[in-house]
Design a protein around this ligand. Structure first.
Ligand SMILES: [Zn+2]
Ligand SMILES: [Zn+2]
Length: 256
């Protein structure tokens, strides 16, 4: 069975600390299959499109965008994806955008703010198919089975972590969250866990610390764990010596 390749497009926090692009990943099957996604973007912050361009990714192959939550560092690249699809890629096939409730309203509002003339005067030349995923229920999107799990990160919007099953592999992704039992559930039996780890040495509401993960290391039953969304204190800790976890780096490619 052919597996998946995950490319890290960004491992930075909401401030792009250390010049790291905002947290985002590209998931690709190693072998194409009709009716299934060829490229899946996990979160779409302002640096997602430049990173895809830098790696020479063909934007016409982007079939699905899965959003963890609707904060700017995770969605502000959406107008740029739409702009590319309209003028550069001249996209013909529909683009599926899946995420928590509110995804459609947020993405459309961002596009209107950024390029109202494009949308209103010219009309969009491609179809965007929004899927707002219900919490706790498994959904199918472009061949992927996606199970959203509510995490602890926002008050007025629903933030998700995900379990993604595709091609016999399971990917767990926490999105942004403070430490929660949901992370243990997401990680169970996963081939790869992408875990937010914003801080080291102190605790910040709505985010995970290195100490949270160290304390619960034995309960995270994933084959491989990758820390991301790295803030200033994490980068300092990383510069100070080896950590008990692997940390994500832009351009890194992982066979899942
Ligand atoms: Zn974030
Ligand atoms: Zn966030």
């Amino acid at each position: 069975m052919s597996g998946l390749a995950l490319t890290v497009l960004g491992s930075g926090d909401a401030f792009a600390t250390g010049g790291r692009p905002y947290s985002s990943y590209l998931l690709e099957p190693q072998e194409e299959r009709k009716g299934e996604a060829r490229g899946v973007l996990l979160d779409c912050g302002p640096t997602a499109v430049p990173m895809l361009m830098a790696m020479g990714f063909d934007m016409a192959r982007l079939d699905l965008i899965l959003l963890s939550h609707l904060h700017g560092d995770h969605v502000l690249g959406m107008p740029m994806v739409f702009l590319d699809a309209q003028f550069r890629t001249k996209r013909k096939n529909p683009l599926v955008v899946a995420g928590p409730p509110g995804t459609e309203a947020k993405c459309e509002a961002l596009f209107r703010l950024a390029y109202a003339d494009t949308l209103l005067e010219m009309g969009r030349r491609f179809e965007v198919e929004y899927r707002e995923l219900p919490e706790g229920g498994e959904s199918e999107a472009c061949g992927l089975r996606v199970l959203p799990r509510k995490v602890v990160h926002q008050i007025h919007e629903i933030p998700y972590g995900y379990r993604i099953a595709w091609r016999g592999r399971t990917l767990a992704w926490t999105g942004d969250t403070q430490w929660d039992e949901a992370v243990v559930d997401l990680a169970r039996g996963a081939d790869l866990l992408i875990a937010e780890c914003f801080t080291a040495g102190f605790q910040l509401k709505f985010h995970t610390s290195l100490e949270d993960l160290e304390r619960n290391r034995g309960r995270l039953e994933a084959r491989r764990i990758l820390l991301t969304h790295l803030g200033e204190t994490m980068l300092r800790r990383m510069a100070g010596g080896k950590l008990p976890f692997e940390t994500a780096m832009e351009g890194q490619r992982i066979e899942v």
